[in-house]
Design a protein around this ligand. Structure first.
Ligand code: FAD
Length: 404
């Protein structure tokens, strides 16, 4: 038997390989990834990794884990084609790899922004440890940095570089930061603290062009006509799913590889998980594509169960975190589903949570430096328990849950 082959050795792929063994799968497991590294954690790349010149990537599992679990890890290899009829993968080097079942865990990549001057040196985006190393090296010699896009990764980098003494400007097209992800109250709080920390925020502003000198970026010219000095430009305008392989194999896609509640693509022997997939969410009833470690690893666990013959639907509670300067943001649930919010705690102290409700039902909690609310939220949402908005605002959740 050719066993299971997993394409993509990131958070989802590595967890799928581990979970197959935990679920008792005894056949061959092969994990193929195109990065030249032992698989590692991505979240630190925009956080601790940029702060310390000597920081090394944190591996997801030690090399001995793969050997011990009988997982054939082939990193530095790229899959370029799927022959569905022959159940065989084609590798970039010309090799081939047979499979009985295939898991696509190809992740996402930074959205590219077509810009006049976009081919100058000194323009970066962040996805891999190779990108993070390049950013770290370049930032060491740059006084002025412009971040394009006020999303999580862009703001994490902005806060880190500003704390490290760089002059940082964030250019955001929308009227608020993190606009697609968090409540307006959180956006305003994050903007206030970043500004207090010296980050300049240019809202409702886009980029007209980049200017260079001697082939290197020197300034960003905004839609307002301002010329902002920049020895380095970071493009953080979101990510797009990596679906080329899936598309070439004829799998159904649409903002990601379409999967059912068991992580099966439109071709049953091919499953897909992580940032690359799009699915009907059990909580919101809408089609979503989530980019988080939780989503990647929980889907990986479920895909392993599907392969070992269980029919469990995906029902994990979504959660996410982001560290922006001195703000630990933690989110649980899908905030878009709610129609009312209440705030617990004190924004002035940089410690509060926003509780989202749809009628009487708690749908999400967004916390800033209130980890207990987040942890309780994960339990409450998993159990389908809703405190009243008054109880949530009163800040006595622990007692309420103990009584319940
Ligand atoms: P990935 O981890 O990206 O893995 C996909 C892998 O597949 C990649 O290595 C890719 O190179 C490889 N691949 C693609 N195509 C092929 C091919 N044809 N052949 C071989 N290999 C291939 N999430 C959080 O929850 N909290 C955070 O704080 C957070 N911070 C982040 C900070 C940064 C800088 C980044 C980039 C992401 C962050 N995320 C965070 C998101 C999180 O890392 C992703 O959701 C997660 O990595 C998704 O896992 P994945 O396995 O689907 O994709």
């Amino acid at each position: 038997s050719d066993g299971v082959v997993i394409v993509g050795a990131g958070h989802a792929g590595v967890q799928a390989a581990a979970s197959l063994r935990e679920e008792g799968f005894a056949g061959p497991v092969t994990l193929v990834g195109d990065e030249n590294e032992l698989p590692y954690h991505k979240p630190p790349l925009s956080k601790a990794f940029l702060k310390e010149a000597e920081a090394k990537p944190q591996v997801l599992r030690a090399e001995a884990f793969y050997t011990g679990a009988g997982i054939a890890l082939r990193f530095g290899e790229r899959v370029v084609g799927i022959d569905r009829a022959a159940r065989r993968l084609e590798l970039a080097g010309g090799g081939r790899l047979g499979f009985d079942r295939l898991i696509l865990a190809t992740g996402s990549r930074p959205r590219s922004l077509p810009l006049a001057g976009g081919d100058l040196a000194g323009i970066f985006s962040l996805r891999t440890v190779a990108d993070a190393r390049a950013i770290r090296e370049h930032a060491a010699g740059a006084a002025d940095v412009v971040v394009l896009g006020g999303g999580f990764i862009g703001l994490e980098i902005a806060a880190t570089l500003a704390a490290g003494g760089r002059r940082v400007t964030v250019v955001e097209a929308q009227a608020r930061l993190l606009g697609r992800a968090v409540a307006p109250f959180i956006s305003a709080h994050v903007a206030g603290r970043l500004a207090a920390g010296g980050v300049r925020l240019l809202m409702q502003t886009t980029v007209e062009r980049l200017e260079g000198s001697a082939g290197r970026v020197a300034a960003v010219v905004t839609s307002a006509g301002e010329r902002v000095a920049a020895e380095m430009v970071l493009v953080g305008v979101g990510a797009v799913p990596v679906t080329e392989l899936a598309e070439s194999a004829g799998l159904a896609t649409g903002n990601g590889i379409r999967v059912d509640a068991q992580m099966r693509s439109s071709v049953p022997e091919i499953l897909a998980i992580g940032d690359a997939v799009n699915y009907r969410h059990w909580q919101s009833g809408t089609d979503v594509r989530l980019e988080s470690v939780q989503n990647a690893t929980d889907q990986a666990r479920l895909a392993a169960r599907t392969i070992t013959g269980r029919e469990e639907p995906y029902m994990a509670v979504p959660w996410f975190w982001s560290d922006i300067g001195d703000m630990k943001l933690q989110m649980v649930g899908l905030p878009g589903a709610g129609d009312r919010t209440v705030v617990a705690g004190d924004a002035a102290e940089n410690r509060f949570s926003v509780f989202h409700y749809q009628g009487p039902v708690l749908t999400a909690i967004e916390s800033v430096n209130r980890p207990a609310d987040h942890m309780l939220g994960r339990k409450m949402l998993a159990a389908g328990f809703s405190p009243t908005p008054e109880q949530a605002a009163g800040g006595e959740l622990k007692e309420i849950i103990a009584r319940w």
